[in-house]
Design a protein around this ligand. Sequence first.
Ligand code: M6R
Length: 369
Amino acid sequence: EKGGYDYFMLKEIAEQPHAVAETLLGRLNEHGDLLLDEVRLSDQDLRDVDKVFIVACGTAYHSGMVAKYAIEHWTRIPCEVELASEFRYRDPVLDRSTLVVAISQSGETMDTLMALRHAKEQKARVLAICNTNGSTIPRESDAVLYTHAGPEIAVASTKAFLTQLVACYLVGLHLAQVRGVKYADEVAAVVAQLQEMPKKVEQVLSTMEPIRELARELAEAKSVLFIGRHVSYPVALEGALKLKELAYMHAEGFAAGELKHGPIALIDKGTPVVCVVPSPRGRGVLHDKVVSNIQEVRARGARTIVIAEEGDTAVAPYADHLFYVPVTPTLLAPLVTTVPLQVLACEIAAARGHDVDQPRNLAKSVTVE
Ligand code: M6R
C-alpha cells in the first residue's frame, strides 16, 4: 500500500503533482468564474466582507500565512492569520462582514473547530478549506473548498499543504472576482500559471538526489535554522516544523530580516542554515536583501543550504549547497520551494533511524483542545 516507497510520507511527497492538479480541476466555468464546492453564501455576502481572518494549526497555519500575501494583494481586503488555538481567547473583533477561513486537512482539529464556532457565534461568515469530505469543520461552515489531495496517512503533512496553498489562491481569486477587483481574464491568467505548477513540482521531485545526500551529512547536526522573507518566511517555518516533528532536532524558522535583531547570535561555526531565496525577478529588492542576509550568516560561520530560482547566479558565491527550483511567479513559489524541505526532513529523520510516518508523541488528527 506504500506503492513501493519505504514510507507513506515519501509516497505522499511524490503524489504532490497529482494532488495539486486534482485540486485545480474544474474550477473555472465557461464564463471564467471561479467555482468553490459548497457555497451557502451569496456573492453579496462576499462583497460585504471587509476583513478576513484565517485560522488554522501547524502546517495548515503556514499555508494560511502564505494566503495572507495573496489575498491582500489580489483583493485589497485586510487579512490576518491566527493560530486557531489562540483565536477565541483574545476576543477578536468579528461581525457579519468578517470572513473567517478555517484551514484543516482532517476537518476534525478541535482548536480549529472551536475557533470556527466562536466566529459563528459572533455572526462572522465561515469558509472551510478541507481535505476530508463530510468532516465536522466543512459541515459547520457556510462555504467549502475541498482540497483533493487524497487521504494523507503520514503524520507529517505534505501533499495536503500544497493543496491548501492552491485552495487559498483560489479563494483569494474568487473573492477578488466577486468584488470586481479582478476580472475573468486576469483570474484565468493566474489559474493558467497555477496549471503549470504540477509540472514544476514534478521537476523539483526529479532533482532530489543531492538533497538526500546532504540529509545524510546533516543527520548529526545539533540544530538547523531556516530563513526566508515574504512568502518564503512561512516556507522556512514549515521546513523547521517538518524537521522538529520527524527528526526530533532543534529547528527554527526566521524571517531573514529579523536575524540581526537577535537570532543571528545562534550562528556558530558549521551551523546549517537553510535559506529560501525569493525570485530575483519578482520583488528584486527583496532578493538582494536575502542574499545579503545569507552573506551575513555565512560570515559568522554558517553552512548555507540555499534554495533559489533557476538562473539566480547572484546567490551562488554564498551557497555551500545550492538547489535550484523552476522559475515561478513570486506568490506561487511556495509550491516548489517547500518540496526540498519536506524531502530534507524526511531523509534526515530516516538517517537518524526514526519512524518517519509515526513520529513520537504525535497523532494525525488532534481532536482535543
Ligand atoms: O488536520 P489539520 O490540518 O487541522 O491539522 C493541523 C495540524 O495538526 C497539522 O498540520 C500538523 O501540524 C502536522 N502534523 C504537521 O506536519
